[in-house]
Design a protein around this ligand. Structure first.
Ligand SMILES: Nc1ncnc2c1ncn2[C@@H]1O[C@H](COP(=O)(O)OP(=O)(O)O)[C@@H](O)[C@H]1O
Ligand SMILES: [Mg+2]
Length: 412
């Protein structure tokens, strides 16, 4: 299993610079940064500030013009780039999969290149697919075009991790997928990282993504000058200068919701039934339900449909077709910001919370969530008045939705 494999390595960038041929100004101007083993560091900054250039110098897809890179203390600036890339996995936007190769062939690329036996490669492909939540039997022989955007990204991550490198570089890997899939992929990455403890350098222009994923965040200005390098908490509480506050400041109170995870707040339980239960049992559960709702779980215990009274009759007694499908769930790794987004866009103001394999663990409703948010705000004395105002506005806008839920409840 991969979690017995390599853990991360330290990365040091020492006065690392890049001037592209023909450019008068360097694109990266002497960046110095030390990243601890097993840490996730996010490089965030406006488009064109040199994030990708900095990242690609770490695996020497781009050769530095000056300075050096050390991995676990070894200067890798002069070593054979192919040898280097065995130690450094790389995942990019739009997955970067080769379209003419199957999923298995894509994942097997680096292990083959470094001479693993066919049987070891085969086992590793299955293990990696499993790790990123794709069934090997179903997916190994597909071509990238036969996958959704989110599935392609998962395969991209599986490929980057296949040779068990201590370092993983990710360049806006979730930039091309829809917001809900992106939230899920971020949660998955957090789960993976808890198992694997790689050193991850992650590039994004999205501050909220940086806050969610980074143990530390390096905020870059032009030519990769580091404006601030610190934990998300410290950056939100004390932006170093106007550039940083301009970058993270807008909506900072809401951003702070990105620091708290669903696992840290109390989720409630809701009545559930299994999709295979006899209709009579489901009807009984509905009758006993305080909210007039029951969450239907599939054979693997994953939320699949919300049922209200009368839904079963309308679907001629077939639970698998009754009620409304569950479109969105959140995991314990989701932020309160993700969860707020989910309940605000849900017509009934609740979202199911799921565990590692997508199985039901609880429900967050608007009321519980707002209670937690208010508690956080009350505890947060650093919160500037104008920011607090912004969040209160959001809460006020939420009130009509709450009333609607109450009306619906009353109508039952
Ligand atoms: N191959 C290249 N040749 C010349 N200039 C480049 C090249 N790649 C990037 N640049 C320039 O370097 C700067 C930083 O680019 P990049 O590292 O891609 O920024 P980011 O990833 O932050 O958007 C930009 O001004 C860009 O135009
Ligand atoms: Mg870039």
């Amino acid at each position: 299993m991969a979690d017995s494999g390599t853990t991360g390595a330290t990365i040091e960038l020492v006065d690392l610079g890049k001037r592209y041929p023909g450019s008068r100004q360097p694109s990266v101007d002497g960046v110095t940064l030390r990243i601890d083993a097993g840490e996730t560091v996010v490089l965030v900054g406006p488009s064109g500030c040199g994030k990708s250039t900095t990242l690609k110098m770490i695996n020497r897809l781009i050769e530095p013009s000056s300075g050096s890179i050390r991995i676990n203390g070894e200067d890798v600036t002069g070593i054979d780039p192919v040898r280097l890339r065995r130690r450094v996995g790389y995942a990019i936007q739009s997955s970067g999969l080769f379209p003419h190769m199957t999923v298995a062939q894509n994942i097997a690329l680096v292990p083959r290149m470094v001479g693993w036996s066919a049987s070891r490669v085969r086992a590793r492909v299955a293990e990696m697919l499993d790790l990123v939540g794709l069934d090997p039997g179903e997916f190994r022989d597909r071509y990238p075009r036969q996958l959704s955007g989110g599935q392609q990204q998962r395969v991209g991550v599986a490929r980057a991790l296949a040779a068990d490198p201590p370092v993983l570089l990710m360049d806006e890997p979730f930039g091309a997928v829809d917001p809900i899939t992106r939230d899920h992929l971020q949660d998955e990455l957090l789960r993976l990282q808890r198992e694997l403890h790689k050193t991850i350098v992650f590039v994004t222009h999205d501050v909220d993504e940086a806050i969610k994923l980074g143990d530390r965040i390096a905020i870059l200005r032009e030519r990769s000058h580091i404006a601030q390098f610190d934990t998300p908490q410290a950056i939100l509480a004390g932006p170093a200068d106007d550039f940083v506050s301009g970058f993270v400041g807008e909506g900072a109170a809401l951003r702070r919701l990105g620091l708290t995870r669903v696992r840290d707040v109390e989720v409630t339980d809701c009545p559930t039934a299994d999709v295979g239960d006899p209709p009579q049992r489901i009807v009984e559960r509905l009758r006993a339900s305080g909210t007039g709702e029951v969450l239907l779980l599939d054979e693997r215990g994953r939320p699949c449909r919300w049922l209200r009274r009368g839904d079963l009759t309308r679907a001629a007694g077939s639970p698998a077709r009754a009620g409304t499908p569950v479109h969105r769930t959140v995991t314990g790794d989701a932020t309160l910001r993700d969860a707020l987004e989910a309940v605000l866009t849900d017509s009934a103001g609740r979202v199911a919370v799921t565990g590692p394999h997508g199985q039901y663990t609880g429900v967050l409703d608007t009321e519980t969530l707002l209670h937690s948010v208010r508690g956080l705000l009350a505890a947060d004395r650093l919160d500037a008045p104008e920011h607090r105002h912004g969040l209160e506005d959001t809460l006020a806008r939420q009130a009509p939705a709450e009333q609607e839920v109450d009306r619906e409840k009353g109508a039952l």
